[in-house]
Design a protein around this ligand. Structure first.
Ligand SMILES: [Ca+2]
Length: 225
């Protein structure tokens, strides 16, 4: 009888011990390998990865306001945005005016525009600009959901959760959008107005808003066998 046989009693007991030790080492290693691997190929808490058709159900929330402004007069235009359950993709602001009194070289009225988005969730960067009063003078596009333009696409190798996480406004964009416009009347002086003798002293200035809002529609695409 060897020393081990003396310790464990029999050859059979040694065999059982060795097999038990091997299983005790191999099984945890096997399961941890499978667990690590299944995270890479799908499954786990992040959702199954696969091929998806991604569509955006879209709507526009629009508003506009017109004020008559005199020379050097500032108008404050407010837009209260509440998208409800929908996500906010982007917001467009357009300032328009028409110098129909005394337009032309050196006499076309203009606007200076500045925004105050401190009342908007996420506080987008403020915008400013100037333009002439012959239609759309100034326009801004403020992106709320990064990269969103409403285009459908096919996503492959990602989970539904990944797609939902990407197309999310993060609660940003709702609240009070303030656009301030200052009108600059330009006139060449008495007797120079080609339309008549009345020199222009004011204009109607309109601010228009369009909030492009959306909800997600994600459909699994059956992959070809
Ligand atoms: Ca003018």
């Amino acid at each position: 009888m060897s020393g081990l046989e003396k310790l464990f009693g029999s050859q059979r007991a040694i065999t059982i011990l060795v097999v038990s030790v091997v299983f005790a080492i191999v099984f945890p290693a096997y399961f941890s390998f499978m667990a690590a691997n299944s995270d890479a190929v799908g499954g786990g808490s992040s959702g199954a990865k696969g091929m998806w058709q991604v569509d955006f159900i879209q709507d526009n929330i629009t508003s506009d306001e017109t004020m008559n402004l005199g020379d050097e007069e500032q108008g404050d235009y407010f837009f209260e945005l509440d998208a409800g359950d929908m996500m906010i993709g982007l917001v467009e602001i357009t300032v328009s005016c028409n110098d129909n009194d005394e337009p032309g070289p050196g006499a076309t009225d203009s606007v200076d525009v500045a925004t105050d988005f401190s009342g908007v969730e996420g506080t987008p960067d403020d915008e400013s600009g100037s333009g002439s009063c012959n239609g759309d003078a100034v326009s801004f596009t403020i992106q709320i959901t990064p990269d969103w333009d409403g285009s459908s696409y096919i996503a492959d190798g990602v989970s539904k959760n990944d797609i939902e996480a990407k197309w999310n406004d993060g609660g940003n964009g709702s609240g009070e959008w303030l656009t301030s416009v200052t009108l600059n009347v330009q006139t060449l002086g008495p007797g120079t107005n080609p339309i008549g003798n009345t020199l222009d002293s004011d204009e109607d200035v309109t601010v228009s808003w369009r909030a492009a809002v959306y909800s997600l529609e994600i459909t699994a695409v059956a992959e070809e066998l």
